[in-house]
Design a binder for this molecule. Structure first.
Ligand code: AKG
Ligand code: FE2
Length: 303
C-alpha cells in the first residue's frame, strides 16, 4: 500500500506543501486540542443523530451528510482558518485568484456496511479544463479515528499528476493495492487532498460510524458548492470571525465580482439602506494604469 506523509501540527507549512505537490495528499496529526475535539463531537453528534441517511449511489445509503457546519459548532471556525491550512491554500489557490473561498462544508458519517464509494476526483464539479492549476483543495477532519476498517478515505497518491482524460475511468476502481492508500488518522487530525486527486470514501466493515468533516476551499471566482448566503442567518454571520465571514463568500473578488450596488457585501449587510457612492473594486496592480489612462484622457480633452 502506498503511504501518506504525516506531519506534526508544528511542521513548517512548506513541508506540508511539498508533500501535497508530490503526492496530492498529506495528513497533519492531532491538530485539534482534546477539549476542542470533545466539544466538536458533542455539537455535531446532536445534529447527526437527528438526520436520516442520505440517498444516492454516489453519496451512499448508509451515510449521513450534513452541511452548513459553521452553525453547528463554533469549533469549526478555528478549523477553517487554521494557519497551516490557510498557508496551504495560499500556495495552491492564490496564484489563480485575488482571494479564495470556502467551497463547502460537509460532515460525512459513514455507517456500518456502507460499501466503498466510486473512485473520483472532486474538481470536475467545475466543468472546464485547468491543466496544472488546482481549483479546489479539501480538508477532511477526522471527528472519529479513521481506521483500516471503518471507512477511511481511500486515496491514490500521485494521481493529481495524471492526464485529465483519465477522469471517471471505471477501471480506477480496480487499481493495484500498491497504488492506493488509506487516510487512516486519529480523531482531531486532518487529511488535506487536492481537488484533482483520485479518492473515495472507504468501505465501513465495522459496527460503528466513521465521522469526518470536509472543509473545502476553491478559487474565489468559482460558484461555491454550498450556498452559504442562504444557509447562514445574519446573526450567524455576525457571530463568525471576520476572516471566516469573507471565506464563506462575503468578499469581492477583484475586479468587482460579488459586490452589491457598488459596495462590499459585508458593508451592505451591516446597513443595506445606506445610499453609499457606487465604488469600484480594482486589482491593486491595475489601479495605476486605469488612473493614468483617465488622467491622460482628461488632459487630452482639455487641450
Ligand atoms: O467520506 C470520505 O472519506 C470521502 C467522501 C468523498 O470523497 C465524497 O463524497 O466526495
Ligand atoms: Fe470526494
Amino acid at each position: 500500500m502506498a503511504s501518506i506523509q504525516q506531519f506534526q501540527p508544528s511542521a513548517p507549512a512548506d513541508l506540508i506543501i511539498n508533500a501535497l505537490i508530490q503526492d496530492g495528499c498529506a495528513v497533519i496529526d492531532a491538530v485539534l486540542q482534546p477539549d476542542q475535539h470533545v466539544k466538536l463531537k458533542r455539537d455535531l453528534g446532536a445534529h447527526l443523530s437527528a438526520i436520516p441517511d442520505c440517498q444516492g449511489d454516489f453519496y451512499g445509503y448508509a451515510t449521513k451528510r450534513l452541511g452548513l457546519l459553521f452553525n453547528k459548532s463554533d469549533v469549526f471556525y478555528d478549523m477553517a482558518i487554521h494557519p497551516s491550512i490557510l498557508a496551504v491554500m495560499d500556495h495552491f489557490l492564490l496564484p489563480s485568484c485575488s482571494q479564495y473561498q470556502i467551497n463547502l462544508t460537509q460532515a460525512i458519517s459513514i455507517g456500518p456496511n456502507e460499501p466503498r464509494q466510486i473512485m473520483h476526483q472532486d474538481d470536475p464539479m467545475f466543468p472546464f479544463m485547468h491543466p496544472g492549476a488546482e481549483v479546489m483543495v479539501n480538508c477532511m477532519w477526522a471527528i472519529d479515528d479513521f481506521t483500516e476498517t471503518n471507512g477511511s478515505t481511500v486515496l491514490v497518491p500521485g494521481s493529481h499528476t495524471w492526464p485529465r482524460q483519465e477522469s471517471l475511468n471505471l477501471a480506477l476502481n480496480d487499481l493495484p493495492a500498491d497504488q492506493i492508500s488509506l487516510g487512516t488518522m486519529k480523531a482531531g487530525s486532518v487529511l488535506i487532498y487536492l481537488g484533482s486527486l483520485f479518492h473515495c470514501g472507504g468501505r465501513n466493515e465495522t459496527q460503528e460510524r466513521r465521522c469526518g468533516a470536509v472543509i473545502s476551499y476553491s478559487l474565489g471566482w468559482l460558484r461555491q458548492a454550498e450556498n452559504a448566503y442562504l444557509g447562514y442567518s445574519l446573526a450567524e454571520l455576525q457571530a463568525m470571525p471576520a476572516k471566516l465571514q469573507e471565506l464563506i463568500g462575503y468578499f469581492v473578488h477583484k475586479p468587482n465580482l460579488g459586490s452589491i450596488n457598488g459596495r462590499h457585501p459585508l458593508d451592505f449587510v451591516k446597513d443595506p439602506a445606506n445610499p453609499n457612492l457606487f465604488t469600484e473594486f480594482l486589482p491593486e496592480a491595475a489601479k495605476p494604469f486605469v488612473k493614468a489612462f483617465r488622467n491622460d484622457s482628461l488632459s487630452k480633452a482639455a487641450a
